[in-house]
Design a protein around this ligand. Structure first.
Ligand code: NAD
Length: 249
């Protein structure tokens, strides 16, 4: 029986690339996004690879909508094997004292609450079925401190906490929960961020030992390895994928 993956933020960037890579492994894809255009585009892309796929429109910052995407997945596919808990936003890139309370609440709502609600409802279904595998999207800013991203960094450090503590509670029941910590990766989010803050792009690339940004396909390869390979003894890890960036800080 084919495996089933839920991917949040599936309509773009890391989510879309991972949907395609998992579909190459024959995994059916539930694409969750606020963007109908992006979500439907991903569904079309993966269907061409021969898997079943549906789009569910949901704002992950709302618990009721998270419950809805989990319930609809179970209704349609009967189970959840893999969960890429990935939807997120970067924020404006301003220094903390220049950010508004609205921006702080928005970043926390999507990046932190969205991730917490996701593991809350998805893990419940997985554990009823004997387990499953979750990958949460942290960031370089989740393992080191950086300027201009204080709220973002706070939410991504929290992703690390969710990952490790879920393992402490549920690994014994068959749950694997890992996190990825990508450095700057060429997705629409990063392109938009660097267009708004051009000086930060030169700084970022210069600080990366490999002297280039990552690609969504490289990240998708790692997520697919963590979710769907035979490497079943990796648990609670936070894996950096950043061209050597954070390890040389
Ligand atoms: P992206 O903007 O290309 O894609 C993010 C997707 O999430 C979009 O399709 C967007 O519509 C969706 N989304 C945004 N808010 C949502 C919400 N409230 N509910 C549901 N969907 C929502 O960005 P990306 O670069 O692919 O980022 C994906 C994840 O990777 C984010 O968590 C981001 O913080 C993280 N990340 C990205 C990089 C990078 O350099 N690109 C580095 C480290 C971490």
């Amino acid at each position: 029986m084919s495996k089933v993956a839920i991917i949040t933020g599936a309509g773009s960037g890391l989510g879309q690339a991972t949907a395609v890579r998992l579909a190459e492994e024959g995994v059916n894809i539930v694409a969750v996004d606020v963007s109908e255009k992006g979500g439907n585009e991903t569904v079309e892309l993966v269907k061409k690879l021969g898997v079943e796929s549906i789009f569910i429109k949901a704002d992950v910052s709302k618990a009721t909508e998270v419950k809805k995407y989990v319930d609809e997945t179970v209704e349609r596919f009967g189970k959840i094997d893999y969960f890429f808990n990935n939807a997120g936003i970067s924020g404006s890139g301003k220094f903390y004292l220049d950010t508004t309370i609205e921006e702080i609440e928005q970043i926390v709502g999507i990046n932190l609450m969205g991730a917490l609600y996701g593991v809350r409802y998805v893990a419940e279904v997985m554990l009823k079925n004997g387990g499953g595998s979750i990958v949460n999207t942290a960031s370089s800013a989740g393992v080191i401190g950086q300027d201009s991203v204080v709220t973002y960094s706070a939410t991504k450090h929290a992703i690390v906490g969710i990952t490790k503590s879920m393992v402490a509670e549920y690994a014994k029941d068959g749950l694997r929960v890992n996190a990825i910590a990508p450095g700057p990766t060429e997705t629409p989010m990063v392109k938009a961020f660097y267009e708004a803050n051009p000086e930060m792009k030169a700084n970022a690339t210069g600080g990366i030992p490999q002297k280039r940004l990552g690609t969504p396909e490289e990240v998708a390869e790692l997520v697919t390895f963590l979710l769907a390979s035979k490497a079943q003894y990796i648990n609670g890890e936070v894996i950096r994928i950043d061209g050597g960036f954070t390890n040389t800080k």
